[in-house]
Design a protein around this ligand. Structure first.
Ligand SMILES: [Zn+2]
Length: 242
């Protein structure tokens, strides 16, 4: 039925092509570069949300600072005004002057408190800004790494896809040399047997499962024109190869 020896050689060659396709596909799916890139993307997303939160914090803290500075400015103006009253000699009543002095003292105390608050807030601000700048630096680094990873993903993907395209072409050409029924059987076994449908029989040993074929089976193959059979151990097609 299948008779032709070229069929069998072609079938073994087809198996090589199919194994190469399987390897390239697995490589495409399990690309390390892709995982690196995805990991970096996740990290970048996380960093971006941290950056947003930090921006909000800085904005709020700057508002606090502006408000306190405004208050400080107003207070200073008020003090200057009261001092002018005191030293300008507009009010000569000693009681009034004493009250004015008391008021100025009180205002100065308030100003001291406010100045301390402004300084404390400046420290908070500068530590936030420092954190923000190291966050930005980390983002820049990760972005560079991600862009490098992306290039190698694309490079490898292009290479593997090109390889797969060529292999698909090789496969199509090769199948033309093989009897349809044999090809169907091979494809069916290959699907069941993890991608390996046919194996060479070398020195009486099946090259798929590495088990010695019984002598009686071997005689059968040798005496047959087709020179192929099924492995008694793994049920794959075995082809006698001298
Ligand atoms: Zn076997």
């Amino acid at each position: 039925m299948f008779g032709l020896k070229t069929d069998l050689i072609s079938l073994l060659e087809l198996q090589d092509i199919d194994s190469a396709i399987q390897t390239a596909q697995k490589e495409l799916e399990a690309m390390v570069e892709k995982k690196t890139y995805e990991k970096l993307q996740t990290e970048l997303k996380d960093l971006a949300s941290k950056e947003r939160a930090m921006k909000e914090k800085l904005k709020a803290q700057n508002l606090v600072q502006d408000k306190k500075n405004g208050e400080l400015e107003m207070l200073s103006q008020k003090i200057a005004k009261e001092e002018k009253k005191l030293f300008g000699g507009t009010g000569s009543n000693p009681k009034e002057l004493a009250a004015l002095q008391q008021e100025i003292k009180h205002l100065n105390q308030n100003r001291d408190l406010l100045e301390t608050e402004v300084l404390e807030n400046m420290e908070i601000l500068s530590s936030l800004e420092e954190k923000m700048s190291s966050l930005k630096e980390r983002i820049r680094e990760r972005e560079n790494e991600a862009s490098e990873a992306e290039s190698s993903v694309l490079e490898k993907e292009t290479q593997l896809k090109g390889q797969l395209g060529k292999l698909a072409n090789d496969r199509e050409l090769k199948t033309k040399d093989i009897d349809n029924e044999l090809l169907e059987e091979y494809d069916e076994i290959r699907e069941r047997k993890g991608g390996l449908g046919v194996a060479a029989l070398i020195d009486g040993i099946c090259q798929a499962c590495h088990v010695k074929v019984p002598a009686t089976d071997l005689d059968k193959i040798i005496n047959k024109d087709e020179a192929y059979d099924y492995c008694a151990t793994c049920s794959r097609i075995i082809i006698l190869k001298e």
